[in-house]
Design a protein around this ligand. Structure first.
Ligand code: MG
Length: 256
């Protein structure tokens, strides 16, 4: 399933969850994809008539630092001995084709293309015996936009990772996708900046889920940004940044 959140472009209606099949969106019945997979097939809407929104509304966004060795090395570190996690605020979320706004407080804002796992059901203290991926609804593309200068200046990542618009997500959540060996690529103005495979993750998605769920209860719609490969770099006004992941699609945002 390719799950989206959408609103009809011409109407001021509320956002709804839907499933994209070909060029048609079928809305979910009451409760959305976290309650059931029950889709209303009598009400197809042409994809051209909808605006795609961020595909979920997380109560929290967990980021993972230095989870690809080559990126850790480019930042002057090795991979940590256990996952390095941080939070981004839900207010930072934007959807496809929304603008990443460069804040006046920073002189260096970087893109970080990342595979994002979307939680499907409540997860607390996932045990070794459980299949951790059973808690995942699906996967989407994310851009862990980061004010690099502030990240270096501050002890905490809160400010560097937390500005409004610093958590682009989308375009869709893909279920039934094996996340372990997907191509991930970031392009700025069409030029390839990051290109890697998710089999290079230092800590697997299962390991991250177990680790994070020992700390905090993960709720449906929460997201985990699983870390970025090498090749991070700055954004400037007017740039168009694409994060493309095999089997999911392209998350495109422009920069203002
Ligand atoms: Mg990151």
């Amino acid at each position: 399933m390719r799950i989206c959140r959408f609103r009809r472009s011409e109407q001021r209606e509320r956002a709804r969850y839907g499933v994209i099949e070909g060029e048609t969106v079928f809305p979910f019945r009451e409760g959305g994809p976290f309650a059931s997979r029950d889709v209303d097939r009598s009400q197809g809407i042409p994809l051209s008539e909808v605006q795609l929104l961020a595909p979920c509304q997380p109560s929290k966004i967990i980021g993972v630092g230095r989870n690809y060795r080559d990126h850790a090395l480019e930042m002057g570190h090795d991979v940590p001995s256990e996952p390095l996690i941080f939070l981004k605020p839900p207010s930072a979320v934007i959807g496809p084709h929304e603008a990443i706004r460069l804040p006046a407080l920073s002189e260096r804002v970087d893109y970080e293309g990342e595979l994002v796992a979307v939680i499907g059901r409540r997860a607390s203290q996932i045990s070794e015996e459980e299949s951790a991926l059973d808690y995942v609804l699906g996967y989407t593309c994310g851009n862990d936009v980061t004010a690099r200068d502030l990240q270096k200046r501050d002890v905490q990542f809160t400010r560097a990772k937390g500005f409004d618009t610093f958590a682009p997500l989308g375009p869709v959540i893909v279920t039934d996708l094996d996340p372990h060996n997907l191509t991930i690529e970031t392009r700025v103005n069409g030029q390839v900046k990051q290109h890697a495979r998710t089999n290079q993750l230092a800590f697997s998605i299962e390991a991250l889920l177990r680790y994070i769920s020992q700390v905090m209860t993960l709720l449906p719609g929460d997201v985990i940004y699983t870390g970025t490969p090498a090749g991070v770099g700055p954004l400037k006004p007017g740039d168009v940044v694409d994060v493309e992941i095999e089997g999911i699609g392209v998350l495109r945002n422009h920069v203002t």
